[in-house]
Design a protein around this ligand. Structure first.
Ligand SMILES: *Cc1c(COP(=O)(O)O)cnc(C)c1O
Length: 418
């Protein structure tokens, strides 16, 4: 591989980069006030916080890996590799295939499977389905979303419908909703292209994740599982291919902490190859708008390497510890209570619910969330999602931010105490 032929140069570059890359990262971790100057940057960015320079407020993130807040923050090592990526030209398709093979190796995917770095899980959904519809037929690839001559239906459980099935519909297919096995049986026909599963909705649907793929095999239909936000646990990266799913999608920029504009399509080699034909850099394709750069492709390989080598139990303990620190502080305010939970699937990390007696602290959860977001520093924290109070997690907090959150919450509750 071309990158290796200059390996020593790269190592030297790496250590040089580490110096440049690490220092701004440190500045960023105490990000509310740009407190230093990075000598290597003049003009825009010279304060160390270009967000501030634009007048855009940075937030302390208690919500988790939300795309609307910027997803996640990269490891400095990942930033270093992405910077290295920007120093050479390569064939993007050659790089995609090589990166996919490396990822398949790292994840110990079953024989016959590989991976494709996409611009996100949403792009993986669209490209994966597009590849199933068109195969390697160039005319079909140019023709999408006009499905003349192709299959045109995707079966999905009614409870699995969600905003990301827009990326299925962009290919022109019709979604056929089913609830029971009988309805599924009746829905399968010559036009059926694929069966789709939304992993986070496993509990909501009558047909569970393992049965869905078993049924797809019976009908000889390709089967996709959207598991975008469903790591940790790490094993989800291979559990669903081991179960027999033909295509599985993940976000790169959520808990994997890869490049923000990256995701993974993991699946059978032929399907993944056809997905790539429907994606950037190939022109006159439905996926040309989902460009993936060399930086994201290499970044995704590095992010997975880092993610796989992390001590996930230790991380979970650290995240729980941050919540307990906040809890011990805020429950000193009369009537404030906390409880802990871990969602079964999707954002499977320690969470804390915060409730209070509104007759003693005159503040609704909605008002509390709004005031915190407007406070200095700004804190993004969720409403209870159907439950009373506020809900938060701590896995996207930067060092020291747990203490700031504890202090801000206590102050807010005390200010509104009767
Ligand atoms: C976040 C998410 C996506 C989209 O992932 P991106 O990587 O942001 O494109 C798709 N499906 C589900 C269930 C998600 O949570």
């Amino acid at each position: 591989m071309r990158l290796n032929s200059n390996r020593r140069g790269f190592l030297a570059t790496a250590s040089a980069l580490a110096a440049v890359v690490l220092s701004p990262y440190k500045l960023f971790s105490s990000n509310h006030k740009a407190s230093g100057v990075i000598p290597s940057v003049k003009g825009f960015g010279s304060t160390g916080n270009p967000y501030d320079e634009l007048g855009v407020t940075t937030v302390i993130n208690c919500e988790g890996t939300m795309t609307t807040l910027g997803g996640s923050l990269p490891h400095p090592e990942l930033e270093a590799v992405m910077t290295m990526a920007g120093r050479h030209f390569v064939s993007i398709t050659e790089l995609e295939v090589a990166a996919g093979n490396r990822i398949a190796e790292m994840l110990k995917l079953p024989e016959g499977y590989t991976a494709l770095v996409t611009s996100g899980a949403a792009a993986a959904i669209q490209s994966g389905l597009a590849g199933i519809l068109t195969g390697g037929n160039e005319a079909f690839i140019r023709q999408l979303p006009d499905l003349t001559g192709m299959k045109s239906e995707v079966i999905i459980q009614k409870s699995h419908r969600n905003p990301f099935d827009h990326q299925l519909r962009t290919t022109g297919v019709k979604l056929v909703e089913v609830e029971t096995i009988e309805e599924l049986h009746a829905a399968v026909n010559d036009r059926t292209a694929m069966m789709h599963f939304s992993n986070f909705a496993n509990a909501a649907g009558q047909i569970k994740v393992d049965e869905w793929v078993r049924l797809a095999k019976q009908y000889n239909l390709p089967c996709m599982n959207d598991a975008a936000a469903d790591t940790p646990p790490v094993s989800h990266l291979w559990d669903y291919t081991n179960m027999g799913y033909d295509l599985v999608t993940f976000s790169g920029g959520k808990a994997i902490r890869g490049p923000q504009c990256a995701g993974l399509l993991i699946g059978r080699k032929e399907l993944v190859a056809n997905a790539l034909l429907n994606n950037s850099p190939h022109e006159d394709t439905i996926g040309r708008s989902q460009k993936v750069g060399k930086e994201e492709i290499l970044g995704m390989v590095k992010a997975l390497e880092l993610f796989l080598s992390e001590d996930h139990d230790a991380l979970a303990r650290e995240w729980q510890g941050r919540l307990e620190l906040i809890s011990s502080e805020i429950t000193r305010v009369a009537s404030v209570n906390t409880s802990f939970f871990v969602p079964d699937i999707a954002n499977h990390v320690p969470h804390m619910r915060i409730t209070w007696d509104e007759s003693r602290i005159s503040l609704t959860a909605e008002e509390a969330a709004k005031l915190l977001r407007g406070s200095k520093p700004s804190i993004a924290i969720s409403r209870g999602e159907g439950e009373p109070g506020l809900a938060m997690n701590s896995f996207m907090l930067q060092p020291g931010e747990d203490k700031i959150v504890a202090a801000q919450l206590s102050k807010l509750f005390r200010e509104h105490a009767a």
